[in-house]
Design a protein around this ligand. Sequence first.
Ligand code: ATP
Ligand code: MG
Length: 420
Amino acid sequence: MAEITAPRGVRDVLPDESWKWAYVLGQFRGLAESFGFSEVHLPIFEHTELFSRGIGDTTDVVEKEMYTFEDQAGRSLTLRPEATASMVRSYLEHHMASGPQPVKLWCAGPMFRYEKPQKGRYRQFWQLDVEVLGSVNPLVDVEIIGLSLELYRRLGMTNLEVVVNSVGCPVCRPAYREALQSYLRPHLGELCGSCRSRFDRNPLRILDCKKETCKAITEGAPDVMDSLCDECSGHFAAVRRGLDLLGARTHIDKRLVRGLDYYTKTAYEVLSGDLGAQNAVCGGGRYDNLAESIGGPHVPGVGFASGIERIVLTMEQQGCSFGRAPSLDAFVVCVDEAIRDEAVKLLYALRREGLGADMDYQGRSVKTQFKTASQAAFACILGGDEAARGVVAVKEMATGNQEELLFDDAASSIRSRLSR
Ligand code: ATP
Ligand code: MG
């Protein structure tokens, strides 16, 4: 029978990598909580309509990338491709608008998109996500961007580029759309197939195309800044002032429109100079019309999502620290099978002290056990002679110093040495 492997585009995060994820998640959690955000666990699947209406029917995510299936009762469900629409649904469903505003929430977990797998692009990937709902204040946009930059600073990431733009609002976007179409019309034949099909339905997305030929054409496209209404340009100026206050170095990219339709006003991305083609570590912005598009009242919102895989790739590339790799405090070396029971007792005494401790269960040679013990801070060596005298030989691996401790005191004594 053929061996079963993981489906294309999904991967196991094995122990040599998972501890790095735990570090990044821990830093993110601590930072988000310290900025006043609270955690929400959102469902992995939702009604398909949430995404088709929320993200937009003509986006790549909804048109080509969703994992949609029917359940036993014939409902159309979709594995979430992102978290923002779910977060807004949750806010509406739980009447969070009736409490103090804004509501600041975070979540982290896997997202699913049917994409062409490559380095930094998977079909299941994790996002760190923060959202502020219920405020139109530009300083809230600044808070979102500021939080992402502080995260990357704490993680030690460098060589990042922060690009911002405004995508306008329903008042000023139609005029920009028209200006853009007039500019693009003479070049229609030179655009790629998907951009040609976007021309009528969603011309702004053409600015986001990654094909070199399309990029060359959109280089000279009209600047969205020239079309913004007073409210949008005032908002954008306030966001830029706020970013200056933080000392954040950003620059405007007039072609940054983001792949999701719900954005209004602020859009931003953080790009890593060390990632190659999949260079976005973070994307976000304001989405004041998302709640209405999924059937709710008007609720302004702003947030970001950042991919853990791309964060970890960047950090590895840049040699950033992931904190201390997990290691054992003590390893019990059982020299004589006859006193295995004593060794087990010692192991659990160490564990009850809160220490990381382990032993061999395969009857391996003493030499092999010592090899494993060399990864731990202490080796606790127990032979027939020690057991008979009620002692343990404890060796500090870093120094090689060895001494005998009373069996009953060994665990607490090792713990106090470690805390010194
Ligand atoms: P890209 O342009 O690379 O496709 P995107 O604009 O589709 O990114 P967003 O929807 O803004 O991405 O998601 C936010 C972040 O999630 C991205 O900046 C990236 O770090 C991460 N991300 C998105 N898609 C993937 C994927 N398929 N695999 C790994 N990470 C991803
Ligand atoms: Mg994408």
